[in-house]
Design a protein around this ligand. Sequence first.
Ligand SMILES: [Zn+2]
Length: 87
Amino acid sequence: MDDQPYDDATVDETCRFCGGTLLSSVFDTAFRDAVAEERLFFAIPGALCIPCRQLYVDRQLIGILGLGGAQCTFAIQSDRVLRAGAA
Ligand SMILES: [Zn+2]
């Protein structure tokens, strides 16, 4: 029903800036949006280039999060899977 064209923005295997290998994982991130406001997002699926620290996030997800004009300022690999109902 949702006829999307082939999306070549899905996570590449290598960094388009340095050619480094990307680590596909889940990340805790900070983004700075167009009005320089920091916004934190946790457990974002993406791919991180280890050499140059470029984070690749699916473009659709960026749209869902409203981060179209935002810049990722911080990302660390989330070593914890979200625990529902942590007391
Ligand atoms: Zn890179």
